[in-house]
Design a binder for this molecule. Structure first.
Ligand SMILES: [Zn+2]
Length: 204
């Protein structure tokens, strides 16, 4: 396993991204690395964690970050919430990862056939706390309505970008790390059918 050096920040973000994309390639090709014995892995991690990337992903059971990036325990700091949105508790978790674990990369991962996006697009009244999710996704839906193509897929992609931009701008911890070049925040999109993760263009 490559040891990451947090002093060379840009390189560190790039190495982290490379590790994720190489892992995804292994997953797509069903050539995952043989996993370490879990009892040995647990003991090795007793001294602490040193994950190399934050994944903000959807709770959808078909999008498990450790599997789709072929990573083991201790390697990814995962925050999952339906629609991969960034409310205050999610932001607090990500800030912890950046401030205390010095993680150089945050990937915001949308996906095809997202139920949270589909429910928002349907526009029906939602019970309980579900409107909170829909309200967070609504700005992406509004943008996507102006585009050609699949509304649900476009909304999920725009949502990943908007969430990524929101995280980048959130101060003081994250915005200053982004400005100083020690942290990259990137949107990405997972396809349920192929298992592939594509990086989306970051507009900020
Ligand atoms: Zn989803």
């Amino acid at each position: 396993m490559k040891k990451l050096n947090h002093k060379s920040a840009m390189a560190t973000s790039e190495i982290a991204l490379e590790r994720l994309m190489e892992g995804n390639k292994r997953f797509v090709e069903s050539k995952m690395n043989p996993s370490e014995r879990m009892d040995e892995c647990r003991l090795r991690l007793l001294g602490g964690q040193n994950p190399f990337a934050v994944i903000l992903g959807c709770s959808d059971s078909r999008v498990p970050p450790e599997l789709i990036f072929d990573q083991g325990p201790g390697e990814l700091f995962v925050v999952r919430v339906a629609g991969n949105i960034a409310g205050r508790m999610v932001m607090g978790s990500i800030e912890y990862a950046v401030e205390h674990l010095r993680i150089p990369l945050i990937l915001v991962l949308g996906h095809t056939d997202c139920g949270a996006v589909t429910a928002t697009a349907a526009g029906n009244p939602l019970p309980g706390e579900l409107p909170v999710l829909a309200a967070a996704i609504q700005p992406a839906l509004d943008e996507a309505r102006a585009l050609q193509g699949d509304l649900i897929e476009n909304t999920a992609k725009i949502n990943a970008k908007l969430v990524s931009e929101k995280i980048s701008r959130t101060g003081p911890i994250i915005s200053s790390a982004v400005r100083s070049g020690t942290l990259k925040v990137m949107p990405a999109f997972y396809r349920l059918d192929t298992g592939e993760v594509d990086l989306l263009e970051n507009s900020c």
